[in-house]
Write a protein that binds this ligand. Structure first.
Ligand code: BGC
Length: 397
């Protein structure tokens, strides 16, 4: 009896062992097959819809903005499932999966990837079949005049029906060679806005580029932070559309020659070299303020602008140091082309800390810029002639 019982127990043990082995084999085989197969994507993708991630949430909002494209979209808020209380969301570009030991290029690549993931492909918005490429140098470019008299925005809006909601334009006759976001930091300059738009739209249309105008307004009463607003403009414009070239533009500067192409060459370009109020002379060789152009790659490689310049001055010099550190050099059109008229305005108080900040730039730029950018979008409005982004940037990133 004892031997028979022992034999049964041994057989049962062997059977159990076999079962465990078989189960392990099934898990190994099918697990790895599923891992490697598109089937896995298919099987697992719907999960994201059930529990939307912040990414997906933002994508939905982005689409909403572009598709609705009218009037005002208030309170650009998140209502993701983990956030039961739909409060305003502070956008912190560093948070997703980024650790302190990630090198800056990698960090920025990750940021750019996360931005790209939010952008719906261009094709979604192109209804036209492909047209022949626009001219490299469009016809009839040359010196132009500026009208500095105050005008009503309503009147300007009626003048340019060909501009699409959000201030977006591309020629209906040819495919643009350049996709350019015009980023304008803004506060308390209502009298300049209509003049700026009235001048810039026909100027840019003539250049046959595809462009969008983004007015980034700082909310609140803290000192103006031009550079941080431009970082926000970069991220938010890229969230909407895959722009390749970014022109950072003061609202009080109006180009006086349409041969001054609003495109991005191989090197970062300082555009406003020759300004009427500065007697059409370059104040100093390294100046990079007023109007400047950078590609997506150039801008991300230098980690964007610093977020630390509150008050007037220095932020453009800081960008110059960043570019120099990354072995770029500044390109410029000749002075007879890079001409601008400056609108009248009160001069702001210079930031006394700017020299101290500038002395640190080369050492600290990888830890201050796009990688540490924090802000809170208050309102995004797709107006006819421009996209208006009202933002709280007070978070001291
Ligand atoms: C400031 C720059 C400014 C330049 C020209 C410099 O002292 O630091 O921000 O663009 O002057 O006005």
């Amino acid at each position: 009896m004892g031997t028979a019982g022992g034999g049964r127990a041994a057989r049962a043990l062997r059977l159990l062992l076999l079962l465990v082995l078989a189960l392990a084999a099934v898990e190994y085989l099918f697990g790895s097959i599923l891992d490697a197969s598109p089937l896995r994507t298919y099987l697992y993708a719907p999960m994201h819809n059930v529990t939307p991630t912040i990414k997906n949430d933002k994508l939905i909002m982005t689409k909403k903005l572009l598709i609705q494209g009218t009037e005002s979209i208030t309170n650009y808020t998140h209502t993701n499932s983990s956030n039961k209380n739909p409060a305003k969301e502070t956008f912190n570009m560093t948070k997703p999966n980024l650790t302190d030991d990630t090198s800056t290029p990698l960090l920025i690549t990750k940021i750019m990837e996360s931005i790209k993931n939010l952008v719906t492909t261009e094709e979604d918005f192109r209804d036209e079949p492909s047209l022949p490429l626009c001219d490299e140098m469009p016809p009839d470019l040359g010196p132009i005049s500026v009208n500095k008299t105050e005008i009503e925005l309503d009147w300007v809006e009626k003048k340019y029906p060909e501009v699409r909601t959000g201030g977006i334009y591309s020629s209906s006759n040819c495919t643009a060679r350049h996709r350019v976001a015009i980023i304008v930091p803004y506060r308390d300059r209502q009298q300049h806005l209509a003049i700026f738009l009235n001048h810039m739209h026909p100027f840019l249309m003539k250049q046959q580029i595809e462009y969008g105008i983004y007015i980034i307004e700082q909310e609140g009463t803290s000192e103006f932070n031009r550079a941080k607003l431009m970082n926000v403009g970069f991220v938010e414009s890229q969230r909407q559309r895959s722009w390749q070239c970014f022109i950072f533009h003061d609202i009080d500067l109006l180009p006086l020659d349409s041969r001054n192409m609003y495109t991005c060459p191989k090197q970062p370009r300082h555009m406003s070299a020759s300004i009427d109020k500065l007697n059409f002379r370059l104040p100093y060789e390294d100046i990079f303020g007023g109007v400047s152009a950078m590609t997506l790659e150039q801008f991300t490689k230098v980690n964007g602008f610093s977020n630390k310049y509150w008050g007037w001055g220095g932020e453009d010099d800081d960008m110059f140091y960043r570019l120099k550190k990354m072995n770029y050099h500044i390109a410029r059109y000749k002075m007879s082309i890079a001409r601008y008229a400056m609108l009248d305005h009160k001069k702001s108080a210079p930031n006394p800390k700017r020299y101290q900040l500038l002395s640190q730039t080369s050492k600290t730029f990888q830890k201050d810029g796009l990688s540490t950018l924090e802000y809170e979008i208050i309102k995004v409005t797709a107006n006819h002639l421009y996209t208006h982004i009202l933002v709280n940037i007070d978070e001291r990133s």
